[in-house]
Design a protein around this ligand. Sequence first.
Ligand SMILES: C[S@@+](CC[C@H](N)C(=O)[O-])C[C@H]1O[C@@H](n2cnc3c(N)ncnc32)[C@H](O)[C@@H]1O
Length: 284
Amino acid sequence: MSGPGASAAAIQRHYDIGDEFYALWLDESRTYSCALWEGEEDLHAAQLRKIDWHLARCGAQGVRRLLDIGCGWGALLRRATERHGVAQAVGLTLSAAQQRLIEANGRPRVEARLEGWAEHRPGATYDAIVSIGAFEHFARLDQSPAEKLAGYRAFFTFCHEALAPGGRLSLQTITYENADRRDFSRFFAEHIFPESDLPHLTEIVSAAQGLFEIEQLRQDRAHYARTARAWLSRLKAQRAAAEALVGAETVERYKKYLGLLVLGFHAGTMNLARIGLRRLEKWR
Ligand SMILES: C[S@@+](CC[C@H](N)C(=O)[O-])C[C@H]1O[C@@H](n2cnc3c(N)ncnc32)[C@H](O)[C@@H]1O
Protein backbone atom coordinates (compact mmCIF):
# COMPACT_ATOMS: atom_id res chain seq x y z
CA MET A 1 0.00 0.00 0.00
CA SER A 2 1.68 3.21 -1.15
CA GLY A 3 -0.97 5.59 0.22
CA PRO A 4 -3.61 7.70 -1.48
CA GLY A 5 -1.51 8.65 -4.54
CA ALA A 6 0.44 6.75 -7.19
CA SER A 7 0.86 3.00 -6.72
CA ALA A 8 4.26 1.35 -6.31
CA ALA A 9 3.85 -0.14 -9.81
CA ALA A 10 3.30 3.32 -11.33
CA ILE A 11 6.32 4.74 -9.48
CA GLN A 12 8.51 1.85 -10.57
CA ARG A 13 7.52 2.34 -14.21
CA HIS A 14 9.24 5.70 -14.04
CA TYR A 15 12.10 5.30 -11.58
CA ASP A 16 13.15 1.73 -12.30
CA ILE A 17 13.95 2.07 -15.99
CA GLY A 18 17.63 2.02 -15.07
CA ASP A 19 19.98 3.58 -12.53
CA GLU A 20 22.67 4.04 -15.21
CA PHE A 21 20.28 5.92 -17.48
CA TYR A 22 19.49 8.50 -14.78
CA ALA A 23 23.19 8.68 -13.85
CA LEU A 24 23.93 9.88 -17.41
CA TRP A 25 22.00 13.13 -17.17
CA LEU A 26 21.42 13.88 -13.47
CA ASP A 27 24.33 15.38 -11.50
CA GLU A 28 26.79 13.07 -9.75
CA SER A 29 24.73 12.99 -6.52
CA ARG A 30 21.86 11.65 -8.66
CA THR A 31 19.45 14.21 -7.26
CA TYR A 32 16.19 14.23 -9.23
CA SER A 33 14.44 17.45 -8.22
CA CYS A 34 14.74 21.20 -8.68
CA ALA A 35 18.15 22.62 -7.67
CA LEU A 36 18.78 25.90 -5.81
CA TRP A 37 20.94 28.06 -8.05
CA GLU A 38 23.22 30.93 -7.27
CA GLY A 39 25.32 32.65 -9.92
CA GLU A 40 27.15 30.69 -12.57
CA GLU A 41 27.79 27.47 -10.64
CA ASP A 42 27.21 23.99 -12.09
CA LEU A 43 24.28 21.65 -11.51
CA HIS A 44 26.00 19.57 -8.83
CA ALA A 45 26.81 22.60 -6.65
CA ALA A 46 23.23 23.85 -7.03
CA GLN A 47 21.83 20.43 -6.02
CA LEU A 48 24.00 20.31 -2.89
CA ARG A 49 22.88 23.87 -1.99
CA LYS A 50 19.25 22.72 -2.29
CA ILE A 51 19.88 19.72 -0.02
CA ASP A 52 21.64 21.92 2.55
CA TRP A 53 18.80 24.44 2.41
CA HIS A 54 16.23 21.77 3.32
CA LEU A 55 18.41 20.25 6.03
CA ALA A 56 18.81 23.69 7.59
CA ARG A 57 15.07 24.43 7.24
CA CYS A 58 14.02 21.29 9.11
CA GLY A 59 16.68 21.83 11.80
CA ALA A 60 18.54 18.60 11.00
CA GLN A 61 21.95 19.66 12.32
CA GLY A 62 23.12 17.08 14.87
CA VAL A 63 19.72 15.45 15.38
CA ARG A 64 19.15 11.86 16.37
CA ARG A 65 16.67 10.76 13.69
CA LEU A 66 15.78 12.22 10.30
CA LEU A 67 13.17 10.94 7.84
CA ASP A 68 13.36 11.61 4.07
CA ILE A 69 10.03 10.81 2.41
CA GLY A 70 10.77 10.03 -1.24
CA CYS A 71 14.53 9.68 -0.83
CA GLY A 72 15.43 8.92 -4.47
CA TRP A 73 18.94 7.49 -4.72
CA GLY A 74 19.84 8.74 -1.25
CA ALA A 75 21.84 11.96 -1.81
CA LEU A 76 20.22 13.78 1.10
CA LEU A 77 20.54 10.80 3.48
CA ARG A 78 24.28 10.64 2.78
CA ARG A 79 24.82 14.36 3.19
CA ALA A 80 22.75 14.48 6.38
CA THR A 81 24.92 11.85 8.07
CA GLU A 82 28.28 12.92 6.60
CA ARG A 83 28.01 16.72 6.78
CA HIS A 84 25.19 17.59 9.18
CA GLY A 85 25.89 15.21 12.06
CA VAL A 86 22.60 13.29 11.81
CA ALA A 87 22.89 10.07 13.81
CA GLN A 88 20.33 8.05 11.84
CA ALA A 89 18.80 8.94 8.46
CA VAL A 90 15.85 6.87 7.23
CA GLY A 91 14.63 7.15 3.63
CA LEU A 92 11.36 5.94 2.10
CA THR A 93 11.01 5.13 -1.58
CA LEU A 94 8.62 3.09 -3.71
CA SER A 95 11.39 2.34 -6.21
CA ALA A 96 13.05 -1.03 -5.67
CA ALA A 97 16.08 0.04 -7.74
CA GLN A 98 16.65 3.12 -5.56
CA GLN A 99 16.34 1.14 -2.33
CA ARG A 100 18.74 -1.55 -3.59
CA LEU A 101 21.33 1.01 -4.60
CA ILE A 102 21.25 2.85 -1.26
CA GLU A 103 21.46 -0.39 0.72
CA ALA A 104 24.28 -1.67 -1.53
CA ASN A 105 26.31 1.43 -0.63
CA GLY A 106 26.21 0.10 2.93
CA ARG A 107 26.44 3.35 4.87
CA PRO A 108 26.01 2.46 8.55
CA ARG A 109 23.78 5.35 9.65
CA VAL A 110 21.62 5.36 6.51
CA GLU A 111 18.59 3.12 6.05
CA ALA A 112 16.42 2.94 2.92
CA ARG A 113 13.01 1.30 3.14
CA LEU A 114 10.88 0.16 0.24
CA GLU A 115 7.59 1.52 1.52
CA GLY A 116 5.27 4.47 1.17
CA TRP A 117 4.75 6.99 3.96
CA ALA A 118 1.22 5.63 4.60
CA GLU A 119 2.58 2.22 5.58
CA HIS A 120 5.68 3.41 7.43
CA ARG A 121 5.65 2.74 11.19
CA PRO A 122 8.43 4.91 12.65
CA GLY A 123 9.10 2.94 15.87
CA ALA A 124 10.47 6.09 17.51
CA THR A 125 9.68 9.71 16.65
CA TYR A 126 11.76 11.68 14.14
CA ASP A 127 13.38 15.00 15.00
CA ALA A 128 13.10 16.33 11.45
CA ILE A 129 11.41 15.35 8.17
CA VAL A 130 12.25 16.28 4.58
CA SER A 131 10.25 15.50 1.47
CA ILE A 132 11.55 16.71 -1.88
CA GLY A 133 9.86 16.01 -5.21
CA ALA A 134 7.55 13.28 -3.90
CA PHE A 135 4.37 15.22 -3.01
CA GLU A 136 3.64 15.30 -6.78
CA HIS A 137 2.83 11.58 -6.42
CA PHE A 138 0.51 11.87 -3.42
CA ALA A 139 -2.71 12.43 -5.41
CA ARG A 140 -4.18 11.04 -8.63
CA LEU A 141 -6.06 12.71 -11.46
CA ASP A 142 -9.03 10.37 -10.99
CA GLN A 143 -9.66 11.55 -7.42
CA SER A 144 -12.32 14.14 -6.62
CA PRO A 145 -11.05 17.44 -5.15
CA ALA A 146 -12.27 16.27 -1.71
CA GLU A 147 -10.46 12.92 -2.00
CA LYS A 148 -7.31 14.71 -3.13
CA LEU A 149 -7.42 17.05 -0.14
CA ALA A 150 -8.11 14.13 2.23
CA GLY A 151 -5.00 12.37 0.93
CA TYR A 152 -2.86 15.47 1.54
CA ARG A 153 -4.40 15.81 5.01
CA ALA A 154 -3.47 12.18 5.72
CA PHE A 155 0.13 12.97 4.72
CA PHE A 156 0.40 15.96 7.07
CA THR A 157 -1.28 13.94 9.84
CA PHE A 158 1.31 11.20 9.34
CA CYS A 159 4.15 13.76 9.54
CA HIS A 160 2.59 15.35 12.63
CA GLU A 161 2.42 12.00 14.41
CA ALA A 162 5.91 10.95 13.30
CA LEU A 163 7.59 14.19 14.45
CA ALA A 164 8.75 15.04 17.94
CA PRO A 165 7.14 18.16 19.51
CA GLY A 166 8.44 21.33 17.84
CA GLY A 167 9.90 19.31 14.96
CA ARG A 168 10.08 20.68 11.44
CA LEU A 169 9.12 19.41 7.99
CA SER A 170 10.80 20.84 4.90
CA LEU A 171 8.75 20.22 1.77
CA GLN A 172 9.49 20.83 -1.90
CA THR A 173 6.96 20.20 -4.64
CA ILE A 174 5.85 21.29 -8.07
CA THR A 175 2.49 23.10 -7.93
CA TYR A 176 -0.07 24.23 -10.47
CA GLU A 177 0.29 27.96 -10.97
CA ASN A 178 -1.54 29.48 -13.94
CA ALA A 179 -3.19 26.13 -14.83
CA ASP A 180 -5.08 23.28 -13.17
CA ARG A 181 -5.67 19.54 -13.50
CA ARG A 182 -7.75 20.00 -16.69
CA ASP A 183 -4.54 21.25 -18.30
CA PHE A 184 -2.40 18.33 -17.06
CA SER A 185 -0.62 17.09 -20.16
CA ARG A 186 -1.94 13.71 -21.38
CA PHE A 187 1.59 12.92 -22.46
CA PHE A 188 2.77 13.34 -18.85
CA ALA A 189 -0.17 11.40 -17.42
CA GLU A 190 0.20 8.47 -19.81
CA HIS A 191 3.91 8.22 -20.43
CA ILE A 192 5.88 9.99 -17.69
CA PHE A 193 4.07 10.22 -14.34
CA PRO A 194 1.09 7.83 -14.36
CA GLU A 195 -1.39 8.02 -11.46
CA SER A 196 -0.12 11.42 -10.33
CA ASP A 197 -1.55 14.93 -9.99
CA LEU A 198 -0.06 18.22 -8.83
CA PRO A 199 -1.19 20.25 -5.82
CA HIS A 200 -2.26 23.87 -5.76
CA LEU A 201 -0.44 25.86 -3.10
CA THR A 202 -3.81 26.56 -1.46
CA GLU A 203 -4.45 22.80 -1.11
CA ILE A 204 -1.14 22.37 0.70
CA VAL A 205 -1.89 25.26 3.06
CA SER A 206 -5.39 23.99 3.69
CA ALA A 207 -4.32 20.36 4.27
CA ALA A 208 -1.65 21.43 6.80
CA GLN A 209 -3.89 23.82 8.72
CA GLY A 210 -3.90 23.24 12.49
CA LEU A 211 -1.12 20.64 12.20
CA PHE A 212 1.76 22.80 10.94
CA GLU A 213 2.51 26.50 10.74
CA ILE A 214 4.33 27.76 7.68
CA GLU A 215 7.61 29.40 8.62
CA GLN A 216 8.98 29.98 5.15
CA LEU A 217 7.80 29.79 1.56
CA ARG A 218 9.83 30.25 -1.60
CA GLN A 219 8.52 29.92 -5.11
CA ASP A 220 11.32 29.19 -7.53
CA ARG A 221 10.01 28.27 -10.96
CA ALA A 222 12.99 29.89 -12.70
CA HIS A 223 15.21 27.47 -10.75
CA TYR A 224 13.30 24.51 -12.15
CA ALA A 225 13.42 25.83 -15.72
CA ARG A 226 17.21 26.09 -15.33
CA THR A 227 17.49 22.62 -13.73
CA ALA A 228 15.44 20.98 -16.50
CA ARG A 229 17.52 22.82 -19.13
CA ALA A 230 20.69 21.45 -17.55
CA TRP A 231 19.24 17.89 -17.50
CA LEU A 232 18.13 18.20 -21.14
CA SER A 233 21.50 19.40 -22.39
CA ARG A 234 23.27 16.61 -20.47
CA LEU A 235 20.90 14.02 -21.94
CA LYS A 236 21.49 15.38 -25.46
CA ALA A 237 25.24 15.24 -24.92
CA GLN A 238 24.93 11.58 -23.78
CA ARG A 239 22.42 10.57 -26.41
CA ALA A 240 24.33 7.58 -27.85
CA ALA A 241 25.08 6.10 -24.42
CA ALA A 242 21.48 6.69 -23.32
CA GLU A 243 20.07 5.00 -26.42
CA ALA A 244 22.32 2.01 -25.82
CA LEU A 245 20.86 1.67 -22.32
CA VAL A 246 17.13 2.29 -22.81
CA GLY A 247 16.52 2.58 -26.58
CA ALA A 248 15.93 5.56 -28.88
CA GLU A 249 12.18 5.76 -28.18
CA THR A 250 12.64 6.22 -24.42
CA VAL A 251 15.37 8.82 -24.96
CA GLU A 252 13.03 10.78 -27.28
CA ARG A 253 10.27 10.58 -24.66
CA TYR A 254 12.57 11.95 -21.97
CA LYS A 255 13.79 14.75 -24.25
CA LYS A 256 10.18 15.75 -24.86
CA TYR A 257 9.36 15.55 -21.12
CA LEU A 258 12.33 17.67 -20.08
CA GLY A 259 11.59 20.19 -22.83
CA LEU A 260 7.99 20.46 -21.58
CA LEU A 261 9.26 21.05 -18.03
CA VAL A 262 11.41 23.94 -19.25
CA LEU A 263 8.43 25.46 -21.09
CA GLY A 264 5.95 24.93 -18.24
CA PHE A 265 8.13 26.57 -15.61
CA HIS A 266 9.11 29.33 -17.99
CA ALA A 267 5.49 30.10 -18.88
CA GLY A 268 4.29 29.83 -15.26
CA THR A 269 1.74 27.05 -15.77
CA MET A 270 3.68 25.30 -13.00
CA ASN A 271 5.66 26.63 -10.08
CA LEU A 272 8.10 25.16 -7.57
CA ALA A 273 7.34 25.58 -3.88
CA ARG A 274 9.85 25.13 -1.06
CA ILE A 275 8.00 25.26 2.24
CA GLY A 276 9.39 25.20 5.76
CA LEU A 277 6.76 23.97 8.25
CA ARG A 278 6.81 23.64 12.02
CA ARG A 279 4.73 21.12 13.95
CA LEU A 280 1.96 22.67 16.05
CA GLU A 281 0.83 21.26 19.36
CA LYS A 282 -2.74 20.09 19.39
CA TRP A 283 -4.64 22.05 22.02
CA ARG A 284 -7.88 20.07 21.96
C1 LIG B 1 11.39 12.83 -8.12
S1 LIG B 1 11.98 11.63 -6.96
C2 LIG B 1 12.82 12.70 -5.83
C3 LIG B 1 13.90 11.99 -5.10
C4 LIG B 1 14.75 12.81 -4.14
N1 LIG B 1 13.97 13.41 -3.07
C5 LIG B 1 15.55 13.85 -4.88
O1 LIG B 1 15.33 15.05 -4.66
O2 LIG B 1 16.42 13.47 -5.66
C6 LIG B 1 10.48 11.12 -6.08
C7 LIG B 1 10.68 10.07 -5.00
O3 LIG B 1 9.45 9.91 -4.28
C8 LIG B 1 9.23 8.54 -4.01
N2 LIG B 1 7.80 8.35 -3.69
C9 LIG B 1 6.73 8.50 -4.49
N3 LIG B 1 5.58 8.23 -3.82
C10 LIG B 1 5.94 7.92 -2.54
C11 LIG B 1 5.22 7.57 -1.36
N4 LIG B 1 3.90 7.45 -1.35
N5 LIG B 1 5.94 7.32 -0.23
C12 LIG B 1 7.29 7.43 -0.21
N6 LIG B 1 8.02 7.76 -1.31
C13 LIG B 1 7.36 8.01 -2.46
C14 LIG B 1 9.75 7.85 -5.25
O4 LIG B 1 9.99 6.47 -5.01
C15 LIG B 1 11.05 8.67 -5.49
O5 LIG B 1 12.08 8.16 -4.68
